[in-house]
Design a protein around this ligand. Sequence first.
Ligand code: SF4
Length: 374
Amino acid sequence: MKSNEAEIYVHIPFCVKKCDYCDFVSFACSDSEKEAYFKALINQIDSMKETVGDTPIVSCFFGGGTPTVPDERLLISVLCKLKESFNFTEDAEITMEANPNSATFDKFKAYREAGINRLSIGLQSTENSELKCLSRLHTYEEFLKTFDDAGRAGFDNINIDIMSALPGQTIESYEKTLERVCALNPEHISAYSLIIEEGTPFFDRYAGGKGLPDEDTEREMYYLTKRYLHEHGYERYEISNYSRLGYECRHNLGYWKRVPYYGFGIAAASFYGDRRYQTHSDLKRFIEGDFSADVEELTRDDAMAEFMFLGLRLVMGVTREAFFDRFGEDIDAVYGRELKKLESEGLLCNGERIYLTDKGMDVANYCMSEFIRG
Ligand code: SF4
């Protein structure tokens, strides 16, 4: 990505019902609140015109929540507003998250015609008992219908989200999920391990680990993901993300490469001018026109550490040249000791390109922590 490019994220917090494991800012609410939220988004876009200026926008991501829950005309009006306000490149990647059952063929067609060219569908598992346990509202069969509707509506760049380490999940049932998902031939697969987040019903139920696959099984699922997906034509390009060649998610790549992005909506994050912004999560305040955000000014050390621990999430890692271009310093002068240490432990390749080995990827958190000082 060129340094004068930027991305856009729009948070749509609405869901039909809250899942028991979810700690995203998402909830059910009335149609009138939804309408008021989209109106406020339009106002927020107006308020950001000067800040964004004519920076080329190379990707836009509608995340949530479930962006397909509100009436499609609301989201499309926001997309149109973004396009007329900012300088979208002709080939901009425009992704929308969707959940099974939340959109029909006609709805998908409307999104596609409005310019959305990538979908990310939350399947999680093809085992209905596991979906039920997650309190997801769909079955595998309903997902199949949604996936088919999306394809027929013209979506030819689709991600499927799956999860491992679920309550009651076995190696065999997880392999079944991998097998069925690969058989559908999506362009991209995101495979995350369930994380039990504090403050969710799952935390009360599973915090001690009882009812969850043990650590060895979890690791085995992690290795199986990589092996199975590789054998079926999906290459890992980030710790948890796999794609067919040429279908890596541009939006996420930009995030890991520290491309500036502008966030819209409650709880949306932004990053530009070496500052990180985090908008508040209060729907009522947002609807009333309060778009305020907490601001964190990144020091040079923070920015260098971020460059390393975000870049090393990518299989391709980082380059010495990019570090020098960005900070005007040789990477060895800053991180020589850390790079040597990780290299000597067999966790990192330290050539012109610096990247984690397979072993390093397995203990990525440990490797990343080496670059954080203070
Ligand atoms: S559908 Fe996704 S965002 Fe909505 S509650 Fe469930 S996990 Fe959270």
